[in-house]
Design a protein around this ligand. Structure first.
Ligand SMILES: *[C@@H]1O[C@H](CO)[C@@H](O)[C@H](O)[C@H]1NC(C)=O
Length: 371
């Protein structure tokens, strides 16, 4: 055996191992960012799974635990699951707002102002005022990381201005000019616009655009999430305010789930433990095969001796063997075989006297081994 050469071989192996590791790491990086087949699944899961988002900086957010759900009879919900909607106090607005995160409100709503009955079941937030229910928008799971903020938006709620609003009607009439009759209502807009087009081209263009804009204008809710790490504060929604038209509503949600986390390991891909194991076995294989090659060709060893660092491993093996023998022989007193002797003895001299004898025996054994 030439001690320096195997050592050089070993250091070479370590370098090789590092290289394979780096190569593997870079390949796994590729798969998570750019390569087409596996990454398409990863990116789609992060954008399509509702209430889950990954920011460009790699922070991962999963707000699904904050969704309030309707409790079902047979299904056992995870602990801490919310079954009631979030209530945001409106303070000076005179009404409180009920909403859910990433899902329709648990407490279903009906007769929502300006929505057809198909839309009722997907209302993400609403408030009641004067006996009427106003929607703040249809629920959405499109969680959007925006810098350090995490934002969710509901759109398509009740029309921003109630149809029977006198002021707005007057304003519109004034802007439309005098050629229209007093009996104005929203549903005849299109007809009237057609009439306008016949009468006056430029004027009508202006009006179609303005009236269609007014038609589309619906209430929306923008919810901003803040990370709150204190574990015993429940997720809370606070109402921030609206724009002057009470068309856009702003909320702030404090939740521990809004804190940036690491993306959980996806099934099917190799986790950190797997990567380590792969590197370990590659290194081991290279060490054994390379070592055998070296010992056979350079040192011309045969038999067991052609294994790399044979004396070292043989030494370790004999050491382990010795340790095992020592341990088993000192544990042998706990084996049931000796119970008869022990119980017979303990009746007369007790446990502790017995131990002394055994310790002396073991010491004697150890001395024999040292020789
Ligand atoms: C809003 O909620 C608070 C308590 O959270 C309650 O005291 C208040 O009466 C509610 N206001 C309306 C208009 O329901």
């Amino acid at each position: 055996m030439h001690p320096p050469t195997p050592r050089r071989l070993l250091s070479g192996l370590v370098a090789l191992c590092a290289l394979t590791g780096a190569a593997h790491a870079s390949s796994s990086d590729d798969s998570s960012s750019a390569s087409p087949s596996p990454s398409s699944t990863t990116t789609t899961t992060s954008t399509v799974t509702p209430c889950v988002a990954t920011s460009t900086s790699g922070a991962f957010f999963d707000l699904r635990p904050d969704i309030a759900v309707v409790p079902e009879k047979d299904v056992k919900l995870p602990r801490g699951t919310r079954t009631e909607d979030y209530i945001a106090r409106g303070y000076d607005y005179g009404y409180n707002i009920t909403l859910n995160i990433c899902a329709p409100v648990v407490k279903g709503v009906e007769d929502v102002v300006g929505l057809t009955s198909e839309g009722w079941s997907t209302v993400g937030g609403y408030y009641e005022k004067g006996g009427k229910t106003y929607s703040l928008g249809q629920q959405s799971g499109a969680l959007t990381p925006r810098g350090r903020k995490l934002v969710l938006q509901y759109t398509g709620g009740s029309p921003c201005e109630p149809p029977d609003d006198k002021d707005k009607d007057d304003k519109r009439k004034r802007s439309r000019g005098v050629h229209e009759g007093a009996a104005y209502n929203k549903y005849s807009d299109d007809e009237e616009d057609n009439d306008n087009r016949d009468d006056d081209q430029t004027d009508s263009n202006k009006q179609t655009s303005s009236s269609s804009k007014e038609k589309v204008r619906r209430k929306s809710a923008t919810i901003s999430f803040l990370c709150d790490r204190s574990p015993d504060t429940p997720t809370a929604v606070s109402f921030v305010g609206t724009d002057p038209d009470e068309c856009s509503y702003f909320f702030e949600v404090r939740s521990q789930h809004a804190c940036a986390g690491a993306e959980p390991h996806k099934p099917g891909s190799v986790g950190p433990g797997g990567v380590f194991a792969i590197i370990f076995f590659i290194a081991l294989a290279v060490y054994v095969l390379g070592g055998i090659f070296y010992q056979r060709t350079v040192v011309k060893q045969r038999g067991w001796r052609q294994l790399p660092n044979y004396t070292l491993w043989a030494g370790i093996w004999s050491f382990l063997k010795d340790t095992f023998i020592i341990l088993t022989s000192s544990c042998a007193r706990f084996l049931p075989v000796r119970r008869g002797y022990r119980s017979l003895n303990s009746s007369s001299r007790g446990r502790y006297g017995n131990n002394d004898d055994e310790n002396r025996l073991i010491d004697q054994l150890d001395e024999e081994w040292d020789d």
